[in-house]
Ligand binder design. Structure first.
Ligand SMILES: NC(=O)c1ccc[n+]([C@@H]2O[C@H](COP(=O)([O-])OP(=O)(O)OC[C@H]3O[C@@H](n4cnc5c(N)ncnc54)[C@H](O)[C@@H]3O)[C@@H](O)[C@H]2O)c1
Ligand SMILES: [Zn+2]
Length: 441
């Protein structure tokens, strides 16, 4: 539920434009409230803002009010949500005020086919008196294809309409990051937001995108071009849902763990390096710890970083993503998002070394860690460079404003840069190409 609240309204700096208008003004609209339009997050701790000097005429007024919107982010971690931990799911489904909570259960077909979890969840939900499961599980396809056209989004919208779901109803989505993005987008735009409960089924979605506050589909051949910012009602990371994942998809999600630990924590990055082989070999106690750490670092960034909806220039969690987001479409999505991110992180580590002095020994450790996690470090589509570099402008447009790319001075020391030196980037990519050979300083 989203609650908008105008805080401290009386304390706002209301300045009469002149004594005449002030005397005749019956309400706030006749006054000039001074707030910064340019950057709402830079407006200071009070609610005052600056209007552009001279922008008001005698016939116009301005009311610019800074306000905050409190959200609750509900994350649950379970081992077997379709079994002993089922009450955890029930606990996030508040019954409606006029009867049971309406639930549309949507699952990715490969996940439902691979194990009995989805059918069991549907059976148990169907037996709950406080839940109205509106139909059998709706099965949709998974993988990036689901984001490449509108069919999944339209299907979800149709179902929400057909079964009269409202803004207090629930869409429970069980699937990988791509499916969660498409279903989440539909849930976010239906009635301007039906409650979305995500049950991510990949390592990437559990460690990264599941707790994210975004959804999107691809459009114009570009990643995530259509989408919204929207906080999920709840996220349940369940270990048993990862069992049926292929080794390739199991490994690919840990590139986001490498990314976020590089940005936020040397200790956690060291731990990942120390345990990479065992994680690749699916030692679940270690894999779930890596996922939990990644998830927590992402969640903290979102809830404590001060910019959950990315209104500022920088988007640090997208370290390594400018090239990854380009590599995906130019390979016709044959490269997984997680694989592309691993390559993108490695490229930007080399660039950070060449431009910002990020130690070569750490670049080597990053490449080694990614490799031992089972991730590729090279794809032939990285050449020609011009095609890849077009990703920089697409990345800039996606954020708006100046190009801002996060690089690293050291592990845990991100730095924003506003231009990319093309010859140096070419050299960085060339160094990655030769990564199998010993690196020289
Ligand atoms: N919204 C965000 O904040 C955000 C953040 C990061 C990534 N993403 C998006 O997430 C997507 C990548 O997600 P992903 O890495 O989870 O890949 P994915 O969703 O494409 O899934 C990869 C493959 O695994 C299959 N699969 C999923 N779960 C399975 C399971 N339990 N058993 C068997 N097969 C299963 C899928 O069908 C697919 O073939 C990209 O589209 C990326 O842009 C979004
Ligand atoms: Zn990502």
């Amino acid at each position: 539920m989203v609650v908008a609240r105008l805080e401290g309204f009386d304390a706002l700096m209301l300045r009469p434009r002149d004594s005449k208008s002030s005397a005749s003004a019956p309400n706030i609209l006749a006054k000039e409230l001074v707030i910064s339009q340019n950057d709402p997050l830079d407006a200071g701790t009070d609610n005052t803002v600056n209007t552009v000097p001279g922008s008001l005429t005698d016939n116009s007024t301005a009311v610019d009010i800074k306000f905050s919107v409190p959200f609750v982010h509900r994350l649950r971690t379970t081992r077997h949500v379709a079994g002993a931990d089922f009450p955890t799911l029930l606990g996030v489904l508040t019954p409606g005020s006029v009867g049971p909570a309406k639930v549309l259960l949507v699952a990715e077909r490969p996940v439902a086919d691979a194990a009995g979890h989805v059918a069991e969840l549907a059976r148990r939900l169907g037996e709950c008196p406080d839940i109205e499961l509106v139909r059998d599980v709706l099965l949709v396809s998974g993988g990036e294809d689901v984001k490449n056209d509108l069919s999944c989004v339209e299907e979800i919208l149709n179902q929400i309409n057909s079964y009269d779901l409202d803004r207090r109803s629930y869409v429970i989505a069980i699937g990988g990051g791509a499916m969660l993005d498409a279903v989440g987008y539909a849930a976010a735009i239906a009635h301007r937001g039906v409650r979305l409960v995500r049950l991510p089924t990949t390592t990437l979605a559990q460690g990264d995108s599941g707790v994210g506050v975004k959804n999107a589909i691809n459009y114009f051949g570009k990643k995530n071009w259509v989408g919204t910012f929207s906080v999920p009602w709840a996220v349940i990371n369940d270990a048993s849902l990862l069992e049926s994942l292929s080794d390739r998809d199991f490994c690919s999600g840990f590139s986001e763990s490498v990314k976020v630990t590089l940005l936020k924590s040397r200790d956690e990055f060291d731990w990942l390096c120390d345990n990479a082989d065992r994680i690749r070999n699916r030692e679940m106690s270690l894999a779930t710890r890596a996922i939990a750490t990644s998830c927590e670092l992402h969640l903290r960034h979102i809830t404590e970083g001060g910019d959950p909806f990315e209104m500022l220039e920088a988007r640090p969690l997208d370290f390594g993503h400018w090239s990854a987001h380009k590599l995906e479409p130019i390979t016709d999505f044959q490269v997984r998002h997680g694989e592309a991110v691993g390559i993108g992180v490695a490229i930007d580590c080399f660039y950070s070394h060449l431009k910002l002095g990020f130690p070569l020994s750490d670049v080597q450790r990053v490449c080694d860690c990614l490799s031992r996690l089972g991730l590729p470090l090279w794809h032939q589509a990285l050449s020609p460079l011009d095609r890849l570099l077009a990703g920089l402008e697409e990345f800039r447009q996606h954020l708006g404003g100046r190009l801002t790319i996060t690089m690293l001075r050291g592990v845990g020391e991100p730095v924003d840069v506003h231009e990319i030196d093309t010859p140096t980037m070419a050299k960085a990519i060339e160094m990655l190409h030769h990564v199998g050979q010993p690196l020289r300083g």
